[in-house]
Design a protein around this ligand. Structure first.
Ligand code: NAD
Length: 422
């Protein structure tokens, strides 16, 4: 199933509950703008490198659009489209004043030098600077891009429009980045885990977690969860998987992985087969690496009671239906991993106000927004007798639908506002 088909499936499942009607459904499913540009730069060898850059702007009814820029040799327009729409629902679930977007450049960053990457980024900005901006569309790092990429974007964009750090988030602190942005997604996952476990009558202390992925999301999630007294009994990265029933020492693993480039060979755990990670004996499974890893092939063997989606789109719709039937709680990506975009929002707020927040304030506000979102999703699930993913989509879609209708799509039931109309 293509990425956009999976997103549309979840959209339709929730839209059916809402009874939106075909007019507004069409508006909400169709991206506002899809841009493809050619990027031509001179490589270090003197040859010309030609790359394709994409930006999909899905929806801006609740505010400027927001989403990452992926640098990957296989940036797929269909996936970018699907991720742009997921951003629309994610920002609405988190109740931050943004719409959704996503983009990327078809390049392999591991094969480009620092100066080549800089040229590609600046040339991309030359092509899209008119359609991005603090009140229009605010990119951020994603797979293959990072805070250095964002710094180049700020610099290039500012040449056209004057000093504008709020054009992107995920910047280095020196250029207006926020305290807490790097660990934000993992920190948000921790707040989500704490709340969901409490709902199941469980304490994070002593609970057993298996985590797939030890990059930005997986590392910080493991760090906060471990520090709260949970046991990380299995963990994996691209090099393979490891397990320890007594719990893995995450601080030691972070040091080991930094020094060795991967978790492979870590002395504090035993190696297990990579595919055994997802079916480990644990209370909570936290996929934090790739999309489409929980599928109809392996879902019957999952032993966790709760799945918290750190990665975007880790569960296929077929597997999702099976998990619902089995009564396994799935905490969906559009809520669970929203910590990153929430702290991006705080970064933008700080840039616009030219006022810096301390880390304590960032984390305090992040916790409030994550817990508010969770409580709203839970109410939706209760009122509609549905699973948490459908509830999250219901919440996100209804907020976007209402804003769209209020801004001028006539004859929609979502338009109805109480009070005098004269
Ligand atoms: P990353 O590149 O920092 O880390 C990815 C990790 O996954 C690495 O440890 C890598 O070794 C591992 N990995 C890759 N293939 C694997 C495999 N087959 N089996 C096991 N591990 C594998 O990426 P990230 O920023 O941590 O993002 C991870 C996921 O979370 C992605 O789906 C991303 O879209 C999503 N996400 C990230 C953020 C964020 O703020 N970084 C926010 C929301 C969602």
């Amino acid at each position: 199933m293509r990425a956009s088909e999976a997103t549309n499936y979840y959209f339709q499942r929730a839209a059916k509950h809402l009874g939106l009607g075909p007019r507004i459904e069409t508006v909400l499913m169709t991206p506002r703008r899809e841009v493809k540009v050619e990027i031509v730069v001179e490589l270090d060898s003197g040859e010309l490198g030609v790359f394709k850059g994409f930006r999909v702007q899905h929806d801006n009814s609740r505010g400027p659009m927001k989403g990452g820029l992926r640098y990957h040799h296989e940036v797929d327009p269909d996936e970018v489209n699907s991720l742009a729409s997921l951003m629309t629902w994610k920002t609405a679930v988190a109740n931050i004043p943004y719409g959704g977007a996503k983009g990327g450049v078809n390049c392999d960053p591991s094969k480009l030098s620092h100066s080549e990457l800089q040229k590609v980024t600046r040339a991309f900005v030359d092509e899209i600077h008119d359609i991005i901006g603090p009140g229009l569309d605010i990119p951020a790092p994603d797979m293959g891009s990072n805070s250095q990429t964002m710094a180049w974007i700020v610099d290039q964009y500012s040449k056209y429009h004057g000093w504008t750090p709020a054009v992107v988030t995920g910047k280095p602190i020196e250029l207006g980045g926020s305290e807490g942005r790097e660990q934000a997604t993992g920190q948000g996952l921790f707040f989500a885990a704490e709340a969901v476990l409490a709902d199941h009558g469980m304490d994070i202390k002593g609970s057993r977690f298996a985590i797939q992925g030890f990059g930005n999301v997986g590392t910080w999630a493991a760090h906060f969860i471990h520090n709260a007294g949970a046991k990380i009994v299995a963990l994996s990265d691209l090099s393979g998987a490891i397990a320890n029933k007594q719990g893995i020492d995450i601080a030691a693993l972070m040091r080991y992985s930094r020094e060795n480039g991967s978790i492979s060979g870590f002395p504090g755990a035993e190696a297990i087969a990579a595919e055994a990670l997802l079916t480990s004996d644990c209370d909570v499974l936290l996929p934090a690496a790739l999309g489409n890893v929980i599928t109809s092939e392996n879902v019957q063997d999952i032993r966790a009671r709760i799945i918290i989606e750190g990665a975007n789109g880790p569960t296929t719709p077929e597997a999702d239906e099976y998990l619902i039937k089995k009564g396994i709680t799935v905490v969906p990506d559009i809520f669970a991993n929203a910590g990153g975009v929430i702290v991006s929002y705080f970064e933008w707020v700080q840039n616009v106000q030219q006022f810096r927040w301390r880390l304590e304030r960032v984390n305090q506000e992040l916790k409030l927004l994550m817990l508010d979102a969770y409580s709203e999703i839970r109410s939706q699930a209760k009122n509609n007798e549905c699973d948490l993913r459908t509830a999250a989509f219901l919440l996100g879609i209804s907020r976007v639908a209402r804003a769209t209708a209020l801004r001028g799509l006539e004859n929609e039931s979502f338009c109805m506002i109480d009070g005098p109309h004269n």
